[in-house]
Design a binder for this molecule. Structure first.
Ligand SMILES: Cc1cc2nc3c(=O)[nH]c(=O)nc-3n(C[C@H](O)[C@H](O)[C@H](O)COP(=O)(O)OP(=O)(O)OC[C@H]3O[C@@H](n4cnc5c(N)ncnc54)[C@H](O)[C@@H]3O)c2cc1C
Length: 387
């Protein structure tokens, strides 16, 4: 059967599966209809300690690596749940952990580990810059002990459900920098103080239930002590956190893919048409088998990238390749699963159409497939740059 290779961290996987069993399909269907946030699910994961696995023990986390975190997210998604509402609580703190001051770490990390502080929002994308992050225009001007922030962000997920946001903004105009990636800085924005005092959050309704928003900054004042690391070096700090994000999202895709394969195999054995189970037709079997082959290969790459990350090796290329392969494998599995279910693939109560919509996101966010191919073409294969 499916999944002989996904046996790392069996106790964690089993515990996550047990927790997820309390949040069955009708829970997610209801939230999906109302575009509501899965507060109870996120609370349960927080209380069980699953969202703090990457935080060192010294700050109250479990001090495990990315491989353990991928096991958590994969099982959440395989169970039909969705980690998109809270996966950022796992990795956004990496910017503070790696680049924050000792005071910032002490102030925030223990509370992020306990869940007292939700660090779920990560503000990079802007409407006019798109993937070309060096063209962001949100500007933080230093005035005494304060940064005054003006600008706009888009697609900032979970902003309404987060106490802190890691915000990337310009502190020097692009034209005045030696390199386009210079002159950007990371600020920790306390959302509890900012909303209504210079920060406006506007939810965006999307094809999936993802709590994503648009943000407007209008003379928002952020204490200068909330600068992470050195002014002007923020782009590097953000990049260093992106590998973890890509590997973790890839593991969600692996979980989604396994969900689709599990469901398709079970349904095909159960559903009889023309007097026999549809699973007896190779035209039905082969797409399920192909989904399994593709997903297994992608899972190997996710494991490799996570292992390299945990060993402190450079893994930008592997993290990108893992995300691309896993998001494409889960999408193929999603399409296969709808087809295997025939008309029932479209019925809300089967959860297939919901997961189909959810897994489609990951070929676009957090980085789109073309940008990954461009990275591989230019950085790995030495082909000429196109932009
Ligand atoms: C639901 C959702 C949640 C998100 N959450 C967050 C978040 O929490 N924080 C955050 O900062 N961002 C978030 N994002 C933004 C996400 O990271 C971006 O949407 C994604 O990186 C793609 O950027 P873009 O939408 O600006 O596309 P664009 O950059 O406008 O690109 C559009 C298309 O053109 C292609 N393209 C662009 N340039 C090239 C090129 N040179 N060569 C070939 N192809 C190219 C891209 O691959 C893409 O397919 C979220 C997005 C969504 C939809």
């Amino acid at each position: 059967m499916i999944g002989a290779q996904d046996q790392s961290y069996p106790e964690i996987r089993e515990a996550v599966r047990r927790l997820c069993a309390d949040f069955p399909g009708d829970y997610w269907q209801r939230l999906d209809r109302d575009r509501a946030y899965p507060t109870e699910f996120v609370r349960a994961l927080t209380e069980a300690g699953f969202l703090s696995v990457l935080i060192p023990e010294a700050y109250g986390g479990s001090g495990l690596g990315l491989q353990a975190a991928t096991a958590v997210l994969e099982e959440i998604h395989r169970s039909g749940c969705n980690g998109g509402a809270c996966h950022a609580q796992m990795y956004t703190m990496g910017t503070v952990l790696k680049h924050g001051s000792p005071v910032q770490k002490q102030k925030y990390l223990p509370k992020v580990a306990s869940g007292e502080i939700r660090l779920q929002a990560f503000g990079v994308t802007e409407p006019t810059a798109g993937t070309d992050t060096t063209r962001i225009r949100t500007f933080a001007k230093r005035v005494g002990d304060t940064y005054v922030v003006n600008g706009q962000k888009i697609w900032i997920s979970r902003a309404e459900h987060s106490d802190l946001m890691v915000l990337l903004c310009r502190t020097t105009p692009r034209e005045e920098c030696a390199k386009p990636s210079d002159g950007m800085s990371v600020l920790l924005v306390d959302m509890r103080e900012a909303v209504g005092k210079g920060l406006t959050i506007r939810p965006i309704r999307t094809m999936l239930n993802h709590a994503t928003t648009e943000l407007f900054f209008d003379d928002l004042e952020v204490p200068a002590e909330n600068l992470v690391g050195e002014e002007g070096k923020g782009f590097r700090y953000i990049l260093s956190g992106m590998n973890a994000e890509r590997v973790l999202i890839a593991s969600e895709c692996i979980g989604d893919g396994r969900f689709f394969i599990d469901r398709a195999a079970a349904y095909a054995k159960d559903r009889s048409v023309f007097g026999r189970p549809i699973a007896e037709n190779q035209g039905v079997q082969f797409p399920i088998a192909r989904a399994h082959v593709q997903l297994s290969a992608a899972a190997e790459m996710v494991d490799k990238a996570a292992r390299m990350f945990d060993e402190g090796l450079p893994c930008g290329t592997e993290a990108n390749m893992a995300k691309m392969l896993a998001s494409e494998a889960s999408w193929y599995a999603a399409d296969m699963c709808v087809q295997t279910h025939g008309g029932f693939g479209f019925a809300e109560e089967y959860d297939i159409e919901r997961k189909f919509r959810e897994t489609r996101l990951y070929q676009v966010a957090p980085i789109s497939t073309n940008l990954i191919l461009s990275h591989v073409a230019t950085h790995v294969l030495g082909l000429p740059k196109s932009f």
